[in-house]
Design a protein around this ligand. Structure first.
Ligand SMILES: Cc1cc2nc3c(=O)[nH]c(=O)nc-3n(C[C@H](O)[C@H](O)[C@H](O)COP(=O)(O)OP(=O)(O)OC[C@H]3O[C@@H](n4cnc5c(N)ncnc54)[C@H](O)[C@@H]3O)c2cc1C
Length: 504
């Protein structure tokens, strides 16, 4: 155990226990480990197995939040866009959005004003600003219905959400954190200035003591409080669970731009190029009762998303076209908004102490986009308890594999083609996207066996050795999305290989 000190021969003591291996937990673990704290992160399933792999995958300010006057959230998010883009240009890239003007919905002046604010609120150096666009032959309006003649084009960014989670964890581990996946925190008790936590993984249980806890259990953030023994934990919940679903359909248009459509219910729907051959359409906002009911896209949600895009695209989409769906639950802070779409997407940090003087911070809400900043705020909140803790450091730090010169992915990719002349350039590109400058480590023994769907033995071996992949699904659906490109037979063959490959 690299970073724990022993209080007695049996029970390891850490500075900080982070509960939850989603984006918020891993970002906190990374930040804390980099500031010199001894950190342990426990995730009951796989990294990013819940909300953090089910997002729309945008690093964005959230244009619609401007309508809620959530300027602080939008400004913070916009600032984070370029920080993250520089730090991980392999898994985060600029995306241009077309926002068509549709008569009868938001007026043009409002869209223009919103986009002016969006361009200027957070400071922009890398991303191009908004442009007015008109229908012209060969323009991006060609695929849209005839009534849509004008609109705007603006910038945001795409992120491979579950990869960002994994990279946070890799960085945390590089700086000494212990990352325990498939390890549930079963109970917590404050005693003698510390917390004692009982952990359970597949076949063993373990006790640790910690000087502080960050509860980043996402949809389980409130249920986790009920595992605290002898506390005066209140029953009243501050959590609002809101399900969001996406559908994936065969590519609806060519080009690397996305669309944002206004819906008549005032929500917005995105259509985004996805995994080379597909279009991703999302999302919905449906109240969700219990975190243990794992979310799934309902027939109504699928129909709703089809109807929304059918209002805009010439090509019509039906539920029969849907090749894959995914759903996640937003663990939002309950600000008592009447409508699920109106609940704030900002985060709230709740610092308490349970039967001891050690800090216990619960994280509510947040976005993939604000995870780095959220971690920074968590550290700020608990620094008083750790006088020797280091200073903020993540703003100018790369994520593993992100140290690409000038953050120029295309140049980097071209340089890698020269290193791997015998490989299919498309595969080299995908591997550059997955691992950035860590490609050399991934391909140190060549690509090995090919499983179809752009998945290679080199991926599997690397992901097991360095990114806590333990099950075939971890690789097929979270560390990569190769599952989407593989036939049932190819997936079965991979699973069979995985069982006997002696990877650990
Ligand atoms: C449909 C949808 C679209 C979204 N789109 C975007 C977007 O485009 N951009 C953006 O910035 N944000 C977006 N978000 C928001 C973002 O995805 C979430 O805010 C974020 O993923 C929440 O992360 P988390 O770490 O808090 O929760 P999670 O990712 O759910 O992680 C919490 C983890 O805690 C673990 N856990 C729970 N209890 C225990 C326990 N007792 N012991 C150990 N582990 C435990 C769980 O297994 C889980 O993995 C979207 C969200 C949704 C639902």
């Amino acid at each position: 155990m690299p970073s724990a000190t022993a209080l007695n021969a049996r029970i390891p003591v850490y500075d900080l226990l982070v509960i939850g291996g989603g984006i918020n937990g891993t970002a906190v673990a990374r930040d804390a480990a980099g500031r010199g704290l001894s950190v342990v992160l426990c995730e009951k399933d796989d990294l990013a197995s819940h909300t953090s792999s089910a997002s729309t995958k945008l690093i964005h300010g959230g244009l619609r939040y401007l309508e809620h006057y959530d300027f602080k959230l939008v400004r913070e998010s916009l600032k984070e866009r370029e920080i993250l883009l520089r730090a991980a240009p392999h898994i985060i890239w600029p995306l241009r959005f077309i926002l068509p003007y549709d008569e009868g919905l938001r007026p043009k002046w409002l869209l223009r004003m919103g986009l002016f604010l969006y361009d200027n609120l957070g400071g922009r150096e890398l991303l191009p600003g908004t442009k007015t666009r008109k229908r012209r032959k060969g323009s991006r309006f060609d695929v849209l219905k005839d009534r849509l003649e004008t609109g705007f084009e603006y910038s945001d960014c795409w992120v491979e959400d579950s990869r960002l989670v994994a990279l946070n964890a890799v960085d945390a581990a590089q700086q000494g954190a212990d990352i325990f996946t498939r390890t549930e925190v079963r109970s917590i008790k404050g005693e003698g200035g510390l917390y004692r936590a009982e952990l359970q993984n597949r076949d063993t249980s373990k006790t640790i003591k910690v000087r502080g806890i960050v509860n980043a259990a996402g949809p389980w953030v409130d249920s986790l409080l009920s595992t605290i023994e002898q506390s005066d934990v209140k029953d009243e919940t501050t959590l609002r669970l809101v399900k969001g679903s996406h559908i994936v359909v065969p590519k609806l248009y060519d080009g690397d731009h996305a669309f944002i459509f206004q819906n008549s219910d005032e929500r917005v729907i995105f259509a985004i190029p996805y995994e080379q051959n597909f279009t991703l359409i999302g999302t919905t906002d449906v109240p969700h009762e219990r975190p243990e009911n794992l979310p799934q896209a309902s027939a109504e949600e699928i129909q709703y998303l089809c109807d929304c895009v059918n209002e805009y695209f010439e090509t019509q989409t039906t539920p029969a076209d849907v090749v894959w769906t995914y759903s996640g639950v937003r663990p939002l802070y309950d600000d008592k908004a009447a409508d699920a779409s109106d609940v704030t997407r900002d985060y709230v940090l709740d610092l308490k102490k349970y039967e001891t003087d050690a800090p216990f911070v619960s994280v509510y809400g947040g976005k993939i986009t604000t995870s780095r900043k959220l971690a920074d705020h968590v550290m700020e909140k608990i620094k008083h308890y750790y006088p020797d803790m280091g200073k903020p450091w993540t703003k100018n730090a790369y994520f593993p594999g992100g140290n690409i010169p000038e953050a120029d992915f295309e140049e980097f990719y071209k340089s890698q083609l020269e290193h791997y002349p015998d490989l299919d350039p498309k595969l080299v590109r995908l591997i550059c996207r997955r691992y950035g400058t860590r490609i050399t480590r991934v391909l140190r023994n060549g690509v090995g066996q090919y499983f179809g769907g752009n998945l290679t033995e080199a991926d599997a071996r690397y992901l097991v050795e360095f990114e806590w992949a333990e099950e075939p699904e971890d690789i097929l659906w979270r560390r990569t999305k190769c599952g989407l490109h593989m036939s049932e037979a190819e997936q079965s063959a991979f699973k069979e290989w995985f069982k006997f490959a002696n990877l650990v």
